[in-house]
Design a protein around this ligand. Structure first.
Ligand code: FES
Length: 151
C-alpha cells in the first residue's frame, strides 16, 4: 500500500467515527466476508428532512481489518443526509473514496461496508441480521441451532 493510503487509514483508525451499537436504529445490516472471514454490522437511523426520509446517523461495529474500520468510519459520515435509495446507489469504491484508491487485495474490505449498508437498507434481501443478537459480539457468541428434519 502507498504511504499516503497507509497514513489515511491510520488516521481514520486512530479516531474512528460512529463506532458502536445504536439501540434505537431503524435498520440493521450485517455481513461477513467470504474472502477473509471478517464481519461488519451497521445501524442506520432515519429522520424527515424537507419532506424526504434521509439518514440521520449510522454507526458500525466490526471484526475486520484496519481498512474496513477506516472505510466504515468514513462511509457512516458520507451517507448522512442521503435517502436510502441514494445510499444504496453507492458502491464500495464510492464509500471508500475519501481514502483514495484501494489496492486490489483491499477492495473486498470496502465491499464489506457496502454489503452491511445494503443489508440494512434493502429489506427485500435481508440476510443475517437478527434483533435477538443486538451486537456483533453477541451474534458471534450466540449458540448455534441446527435443525434436523426427519422424513
Ligand atoms: Fe477482511 Fe479487510 S481483510 S475486511
Amino acid at each position: 500500500m502507498s504511504n499516503d493510503l497507509e497514513s489515511r487509514i491510520q488516521a481514520a483508525v486512530s479516531n474512528p467515527q460512529n463506532l458502536g451499537e445504536m439501540t434505537d436504529a431503524d435498520a440493521i445490516g450485517t455481513v461477513g466476508s467470504a474472502d477473509c472471514g471478517d464481519m461488519l454490522r451497521m445501524w442506520v437511523k432515519f429522520k424527515e428532512q424537507d419532506g424526504r426520509k434521509v439518514i440521520d446517523k449510522a454507526t458500525f461495529q466490526t471484526f475486520g481489518c484496519q481498512t474496513a474500520i477506516a472505510v466504515a468510519s468514513m462511509a457512516t459520515d458520507l451517507i448522512r443526509g442521503k435517502t436510502a435509495e441514494e445510499a444504496l446507489a453507492m458502491s464500495g469504491e464510492d464509500l471508500s473514496a475519501p481514502l483514495g484508491p484501494l489496492p486490489p487485495m483491499k477492495i473486498h474490505c470496502a465491499q464489506l461496508v457496502e454489503g452491511a449498508l445494503k443489508d440494512a437498507l434493502n429489506p427485500g434481501e435481508k440476510s443475517s441480521s437478527s434483533p435477538s443478537s443486538p451486537t456483533l459480539f453477541d451474534q458471534l457468541n450466540a449458540p448455534k441451532t441446527i435443525k434436523i428434519t426427519l422424513k
